[in-house]
Write a protein that binds this ligand. Structure first.
Ligand SMILES: *[C@@H]1O[C@H](CO)[C@@H](O)[C@H](O)[C@H]1NC(C)=O
Ligand SMILES: *[C@@H]1O[C@H](CO)[C@@H](O)[C@H](O)[C@H]1NC(C)=O
Ligand SMILES: *[C@@H]1O[C@H](CO)[C@@H](O)[C@H](O)[C@H]1NC(C)=O
Ligand SMILES: *[C@@H]1O[C@H](CO)[C@@H](O)[C@H](O)[C@H]1NC(C)=O
Length: 415
């Protein structure tokens, strides 16, 4: 990113606008009036065809006057139209506090959308705006791909100090977005990576479609920043198990997305399929997977843009069907199966059975435990080659695990 370049581009745009408006009647070309009189004076001296010429000039003048009247009318109509549109869409509120109307169309404002609380778009407006993708392949600025970390939480982030250490020194390569309950205000110091990163949110009841809405809101806010290339959903009980450079390289260079997606014939999976979803979603297309996804930019934009399948899931995936475990895995299977690794990069321990995975506190966090998460003997594929690095993040951890994890962050975790 070259802020200087962006700035000078912006002032150019401003100058152009000013020049156009100081032209008075809207920048149309000068009328040929002067030339006409000069020409007629010359011909008067010749003495001949005076009447014809004057008549010609008069016709010319009348024509040019009507042309200018046309331009004036057209340009004032245009202005009135713009005014109406501005009123309709609520005008400068989108660019709040950032210099008003001109700003909304500047390249700078488009490429650097500002902090995520800076808009007051409805979900419908936000998803529409976020689903837009450029068709020109090269970027007209130096784009460094970033990883967007999407924190889905009810309130506090007990592992914020660990994440802050993880992010430290890598500014410009990541961005953070936090979706908390609407009444919750995240209170962190201005030096924190989480400072000012809370997005406009909505109520979430666990297990309902509102959880998918929150995920889409996080994706959409992150999509507004064109530099965000990969999108990781994490919860307040998630921690990183590798350092930032490792995570960044792994994700940014990956040909695939990491959204768990499978179908097994048990009541908690295939049993949740509702035949009313046919023919849009057939029984054999039904998928399940962990909510904690990692995906590329174009998949994220597709999910934000999707209305067809979202509507079906909202209608027909109700308890004991949970949209957050089925909608994205099924959607990707239908639309982008080949681009999905079908596995998650977030480790979790379901081995104890029951409705909730194991939760690890202070006593569990030892170097051996973290080493076993980083490499538990399982092989997975990365860009078509086998690797032992299958998990970059892990859950679920209790707040008491923070101190021992911070202790490991300088040694084993190396950040
Ligand atoms: C935010 O945190 C600071 C420092 O921990 C504290 O002094 C302040 O009262 C908190 N503000 C709110 C609104 O909770
Ligand atoms: C993931 O599943 C899709 C079907 O949805 C399949 O086409 C694809 O090959 C699978 N990916 C891997 C890496 O196995
Ligand atoms: C490694 O962890 C995954 C996820 O918890 C689990 O499915 C797998 O069985 C584990 N492998 C070993 C060898 O423990
Ligand atoms: C931090 O690590 C040191 C040395 O490995 C150990 O003695 C200490 O108990 C650890 N502290 C915590 C809070 O785990």
């Amino acid at each position: 990113m070259k802020p200087g370049t962006l700035k000078s581009r912006r002032s150019n745009v401003g100058d152009e606008e000013e020049a156009a408006s100081s032209g008075g009647s809207g920048g149309f070309p000068p009328t040929p009036r002067k030339d006409g009189w000069w020409l007629s004076g010359l011909l008067l001296k010749a003495g001949a065809a005076v009447l014809i010429l004057v008549a010609g000039v008069m016709i010319g003048l009348a024509a040019s006057a009507s042309v200018s009247r046309y331009y004036v009318e057209a340009s004032s109509k245009l202005q009135a139209g713009e005014e109406a549109v501005r009123k309709q869409v609520g005008g400068p509120r989108c660019g709040d506090g950032d210099g008003g109307e001109g700003e909304a169309l500047s390249f700078h404002g488009f490429v650097q959308p500002g902090p995520p609380w800076g808009h007051r778009m409805t979900d419908e407006e936000l998803f529409w705006r976020a689903s837009m993708a450029p068709r020109v392949e090269e970027y007209p600025y130096q784009r460094v791909p970033k990883v967007a970390f999407l924190f889905l939480t009810r309130g506090p982030l007990p592992f914020a100090p660990l994440w802050e250490r993880f992010f430290r020194g890598h500014e410009g390569l990541y961005s953070v977005y936090v979706h908390a309950l609407p009444e919750y205000r995240l209170n962190v110091s201005s030096a924190s990576a989480f400072h000012g990163r809370q997005i406009p949110s909505g109520d979430v009841s666990w297990g309902s479609i509102t959880l998918v809405d929150a995920e889409k809101r996080l994706l959409a806010n992150a999509l507004l920043d064109f530099s965000n290339e990969r999108f990781v959903l994490v919860s307040e009980s998630c921690v990183p198990v590798f350092n930032f450079p490792t995570v960044y390289e792994y994700l940014v260079n990956s040909a695939q997305s990491y959204v768990e997606s499978y179908n097994i014939d048990v009541p908690q999976c295939a049993g949740r399929y509702n035949p009313r979803m046919a023919p849009d979603v057939l029984e054999e297309q039904w998928r399940k997977g962990s909510e904690w996804f990692e995906m590329s930019r174009d998949l994220a934009a597709d999910i934000v843009a999707d209305r067809r399948y979202y509507t079906i899931f909202r209608k027909h995936c109700t308890p004991s069907c949970y949209p957050d475990e089925h909608y994205i895995p099924t959607y990707l299977h239908l639309r982008h199966g080949a681009r999905n690794a079908n596995r998650t990069v977030t480790w979790v321990d379901w081995s104890r059975g029951g409705p909730h995975p194991a939760r690890f506190g202070k006593a569990s966090v030892t170097p051996e435990f973290v080493k076993a998460i980083r490499n538990n003997g399982t092989l997975c594929t990365y860009n078509g080659k086998p690797t032992t690095v299958c998990y970059l993040f892990a859950r679920k951890f209790a707040p008491s695990a923070l101190a021992p994890l911070l202790n490991l962050s300088t040694t084993l975790l190396a950040f």
